[in-house]
Structures are given as structure tokens and as C-alpha cells.
Design a protein around this ligand. Structure first.
Ligand code: FE2
Ligand code: FE2
Length: 186
């Protein structure tokens, strides 16, 4: 069982106090969104979702035997910390719950047929109380009413923003968005 007290210093040392506080806010928002899942899973995934951030090079080297990432992932800063985060949560923080690990892995890109835990962590990361971008309040409100609609709106916003900034859209994000759109329209 993950115990924050045991790992707090290590996590702060790894990601810094600012990012750690973001993780606490993600946890708080995710707990508010939670209706029926185990709070332990929510808290653990939220606290650890960015555990690989800022140390990608170090961890990629340390766990090179486990990191079979293709170039597309390695070169995508936003994606690599999430995919690598799954491995670091397992190896460095002793998490072995696949649902928690996948919520960490897909917190940036989303994926087709996300679990409720994945949706909650994805949204809490996008909407925690200090997030401040145009439309965030609308997504926040939507998240309490309909997780799928809120995830879809967030993915749409992310895709638009990536296009505006001339950045690569990771294919999983497009697949996740199309999947939700089809679901919504039956
Ligand atoms: Fe992240
Ligand atoms: Fe985050």
C-alpha cells in the first residue's frame, strides 16, 4: 500500500515543491470528482501522476531495460513523463496496481476506452483549482456532471492548442477523442 508519508520527501526531492503541490491539488480535485471508486486508488494515482517529470533522462537511463519507447514517445516531452511515470511508480514507489499505473500512464494523452479512474485523473490534472486557461471553469463544471463530455472537451482544447503552437499531436489523443465522439453520438 502506498504511504505518502513514507515517500513524500523522495517525491518532493524528485519533482520539486511546486509540482508536488500541484499533485496535492490534483488529488483534492480528483477526490471531489470521485463518486464510486476506491479513494486510495484516486489519491495514489493523483499524487504520483507526475513522478517522472524533470528526471526523464535519469530514469530512462536507470530503467533502460524496461523502457522500450519508440522515438515518437521519447521525443515528446509531454508524453514521455507520463509513460515513464508508470514505470517509475512501479519501480521506485512500489505500486503494482495496473489501474493506478495506467491512470498515470495516460494522464496526458488519454486513450481509447479510458477507465473511470483514468478519466478522473486526466480531468483533475487539467482542472485542479490553480489551472487557469480560457474555458477551464466550463470544463470543471462539466466534469461533475459528465466525465466523458468533460474529457472530450479537454481533448478538443488540447488538440486545438497543439495545432496553434505547431506541436505534434500524439496519435492516442486523436483516437481517444474520436472514440468519445462516436460514443456520444451513439
Ligand atoms: Fe503530467
Ligand atoms: Fe500534472
Amino acid at each position: 500500500m502506498f504511504n505518502l508519508d513514507e515517500y513524500k520527501d523522495k517525491l518532493i526531492d524528485n519533482i520539486g515543491i511546486k509540482r508536488f503541490n500541484h499533485c496535492l491539488r490534483v488529488r483534492d480535485f480528483a477526490l471531489k470528482l470521485n463518486k464510486r471508486l476506491d479513494n486510495y486508488k484516486i489519491e495514489t494515482a493523483a499524487i504520483l501522476h507526475d513522478c517522472a517529470k524533470y528526471n526523464e533522462k535519469y530514469y530512462l537511463d536507470k530503467y533502460k531495460n524496461y523502457c522500450n519507447f519508440d522515438k515518437e514517445i521519447l521525443e515528446n516531452k509531454a508524453v514521455i513523463h507520463a509513460f515513464l511515470g508508470k514505470i517509475i511508480a512501479e519501480k521506485e514507489y512500489n505500486i503494482n496496481d495496473e489501474e493506478i499505473l495506467n491512470a498515470i500512464k495516460y494522464h496526458t494523452t488519454g486513450r481509447v476506452n479510458m477507465t473511470e479512474l483514468e478519466k478522473i485523473i486526466f480531468l483533475a490534472d487539467a482542472c485542479e483549482e490553480k489551472r487557469n486557461y480560457q474555458g477551464v471553469e466550463e470544463i470543471r463544471n462539466l466534469a461533475f456532471k459528465d466525465l466523458d463530455k468533460a474529457v472530450l472537451k479537454t481533448l478538443d482544447g488540447n488538440i486545438k492548442s497543439l495545432i496553434d503552437r505547431g506541436l505534434i499531436i500524439f496519435p492516442l489523443t486523436i483516437l481517444a477523442r474520436n472514440y468519445l465522439l462516436k460514443e456520444k453520438n451513439g
